[in-house]
Design a protein around this ligand. Structure first.
Ligand code: CO
Length: 285
């Protein structure tokens, strides 16, 4: 793809909102509930980044999830995962944990470091109604198993999910077909990434800044660009004048009702109430 006029454009720029979650972990909430319809199947994106242990040391003690998938991508630091199904794993720099909450599990995510930088992202991806009550499970994907490519223009790309440049990512999800790329541009580099028409997409810049689309809209660090869904657009063109890094996400919308109450995301209010009752009565394995 080389033609700039086939690029999507920036429809909206969203600034991440500083907040805290878990037992007091400071984070930047980027994708919030008001954009869940627009960015279907993506439900939430948080960035956590601090070298002050007070911002992360308490972690995310035991809590439940039902009805969607959580994807944690660690750039720096170490986090220990334990869940009610007896699984345990250590997520470390460059690695991904892809968890299917399905019908429900209870887990904790606790830092396994008392100092130094902790930097990463948690993304929530919805499940279709037919899989909301599926068997829970998870995959720890170490950094070495995430394909890395360099485009002809020199851009570094880690392919976490989906496919780009003929390279398949570490994860393949048939229902939502997520594309999850971690992009690293050097000053002056440009590249255009194919994105399937009809899929919802966004770019989250976490380092430097990018000029995005045919209109060259500037998107700065800690900003998310919601990308337009023009029928003629076959992808996204990006240019960086400085060292810049971003996550590019795209996915096939599920077009189902979304009802969220905290860690439960279902299709109806009744299903959310059932989730809460099941959790309270200990039916989350
Ligand atoms: Co969790």
């Amino acid at each position: 793809m080389s033609s700039a006029n086939s690029s999507r454009n920036v429809e909206q720029i969203v600034n991440g909102i500083p907040t805290s979650d878990g037992a007091g972990v400071s984070l930047l909430r980027v994708l919030t509930q008001n954009l869940q319809r627009r960015l279907d199947p993506f439900l939430m994106l948080d960035e956590f980044r601090s070298d002050d242990p007070r911002d992360y040391i308490a972690g995310f003690p035991t809590h439940p999830h039902r009805g969607f998938q959580t994807v944690t991508y660690m750039l720096a630091g170490r986090m220990r995962h334990r869940d009610s199904a007896g699984n345990e794993g250590l997520l470390s720099s460059g690695g991904v944990q892809w968890m299917n909450a399905g019908r429900g599990l209870v887990h904790s995510e606790l830092p396994e470091q008392e100092e130094g930088l902790m930097h990463g992202f948690q993304l929530w991806i919805n499940l279709p109604s037919t899989r909301k009550m599926s068997e829970p499970g998870y995959r720890d994907i170490p950094s070495s198993e995430i394909p890395e490519i360099t485009t002809e223009s020199g851009v570094g790309v880690r392919v976490i999910a989906g496919e780009t440049n003929g390279v398949k990512g570490a994860v393949d999800e048939p229902d939502t077909q997520p594309l999850y790329l971690d992009l690293h541009f050097a000053p002056g580099q440009s590249y255009s990434f194919p994105i399937p028409a009809g899929h919802n997409a966004f770019l989250y810049v976490y380092e430097g800044s990018f000029l995005v689309g045919e209109k060259n809209t500037r998107v700065n660090a800690q900003q998310m660009a919601v990308l337009s869904n023009e029928a003629h657009a076959t992808g996204l063109s990006l240019h960086a004048k400085e060292h810049a890094s971003a996550l590019l996400l795209a996915g096939k919308p599920l077009r189902e009702d979304i009802v969220q109450w905290g860690p439960f995301v279902m299709n109806t209010r009744e299903e959310v109430e059932q989730a809460l009752a099941d959790y309270r009565e200990g039916r989350f394995s």
